[in-house]
Design a binder for this molecule. Structure first.
Ligand code: CU
Length: 215
């Protein structure tokens, strides 16, 4: 847009220039004045903070079956593969995630991770019902937690109906920082290997933990 205006002004100045030196000088002055005004307005339109936006994602928690580690549950964007090691999220955005969790085992989480935090209103909906906290024992299969954003999204266990696993569907909305940055996400329901459950998938980037690049 600025280029168009500049082009028009330059054209006008050139035409005026043919008409006469004095007027041409005036025209040039005008053009210069406009150019500097355009220069002044540039920082306003080109700030480092991106415009606010709303983005939605559909994620799943898959209960194993990936060829790399068939027994490990993992977060996924496509239902087949783990998250990338570094998940990218837009800055200055209102993000709504819908997470289908197919893991039917509810485990124990530290009490702090049984609460919904960092979402809009500190709530999430599970299967259409608004929730703000859960029992710390026997209910939560996984959490999507970003401590650096005070974000904790508990994911209740799926249910078995006959031979069919019906996923829990959790919807949560949160805001990303205007300036962006690097964060770590982690599941806090120890669903991995080892005596404490913190090995394997819990310690492998993209599976039950990973990086988030907000920009
Ligand atoms: Cu987990």
């Amino acid at each position: 847009m600025m280029h168009l205006k500049g082009g028009r002004l330059a054209g006008a100045a050139a035409v005026v220039g043919v008409a006469g030196l004095l007027i041409a000088g005036c025209g040039q002055q005008q053009a210069a004045g406009n150019a500097s005004a355009a220069g002044n307005s540039k920082p306003k339109s080109t700030t480092t903070t991106p415009a606010p936006q709303k983005v939605s994602y559909n994620w799943t928690v898959v209960n194993g079956g990936n060829a790399l580690h068939p027994d490990w549950p993992f977060f996924s964007t496509d239902g087949k593969n783990p998250f990338p090691a570094t998940l990218k999220l837009p800055a200055n955005a209102t993000i709504t995630v819908t997470i289908k969790n197919y893991d039917d085992g509810g485990g124990d989480v530290p009490a702090a991770y049984a609460k919904v935090t960092g979402t809009v209103g500190n709530v999430e909906t599970v299967n259409g019902t608004q929730e703000s906290s859960f029992k710390a024992s026997g209910v939560i299969a996984h959490t999507f937690t970003v401590s650096g954003l005070n974000l904790n999204i508990p994911l209740p266990a799926a249910t078995d109906q006959g031979s069919t696993v019906v996923p829990s569907v959790t919807v949560a909305t949160f805001k990303t920082p205007a300036k962006g940055g690097s964060y770590t996400w982690q599941c806090y329901q120890p669903c991995g290997t080892g005596s404490a459950g913190w090995g394997g998938t819990m310690a492998t980037a993209g599976w039950m933990t990973g990086n988030i690049s907000v920009n």
